[in-house]
Design a protein around this ligand. Structure first.
Ligand code: FNR
Length: 187
């Protein structure tokens, strides 16, 4: 059966490498996984007062609805100062509340990090993992996906021009399909 994958991109930048890799991954995922990019750049910063008052911003509600209807989540993120970009952490926080209504609970996920640097966004990758485990999301353990030296593998049109990287992304996609199937949330 077809599964809906919400793709969250951790960079807001127009020419984002992260978004290009997210698009490249979406293009090689097995056909049973249908990607929908859910934007997080316009989410107001999380403030519990607004949930407590029953007046959440419309953007929070739209984001929560989009994620609630997804079968799984794919995080594709850069690393900011060895951690998660604030915009992505804010989106995770927005989705985690109100208390008892987290949209992450038992939602399978996987994490890809990329960096032009050598370490491939390792710190960001594991901070997403740490947070999502705390939110009871089954986070795919492997294959791990740290794309280092990322600027070197993209062609002018944004496609991946390196055979080895394309193979890695395809392998990752096949594993994610199995992970989503095995961890599909019941009810
Ligand atoms: C960075 N960058 C960066 N890279 C890295 O490998 N480790 C890091 O800790 C950081 N820290 C960092 C902080 C901030 C505030 C910025 C703006 C950038 C560099 C980063 O990996 C690079 O700019 C990527 O191209 C960002 O991804 P996008 O925007 O191209 O998707």
């Amino acid at each position: 059966m077809t599964k809906k994958i919400a793709v969250l991109v951790g960079s807001l930048r127009k020419e984002s490498l992260t978004r290009k890799y997210a698009q490249a991954i979406a293009a090689v995922l097995p056909p049973s996984l249908q990607c929908e990019f859910v934007e997080l750049g316009d989410l107001p910063l999380y403030n519990q007062d607004l949930d407590d008052a029953g007046t959440p911003p419309a953007a929070w509600t739209a984001f929560r609805d989009a994620l609630r209807s997804a079968d799984a989540v794919l995080f594709v993120t850069p690393e900011y100062n060895r951690s998660i970009p604030g915009a992505l952490k804010n989106a995770i926080d927005v989705g985690s509340r109100p208390w008892g209504h987290s949209i992450w609970d038992r939602k399978p996920s996987a994490v890809v990090s990329q960096s032009p640097g050598a370490i491939g966004g390792f710190g960001a990758n594991h901070h997403v993992r740490q947070t999502m485990v705390a939110l009871n999301s089954p986070v795919m353990a492997g294959p791990e996906m740290y794309i280092g030296g990322s600027a070197g593998f993209l062609a002018e049109d944004g496609t991946v021009n390196n055979e080895q990287t394309r193979t890695l992304l395809t392998t990752f996609g096949a594993a994610f399909e199995q992970w989503v199937e095995a961890n599909a949330r019941q009810g």
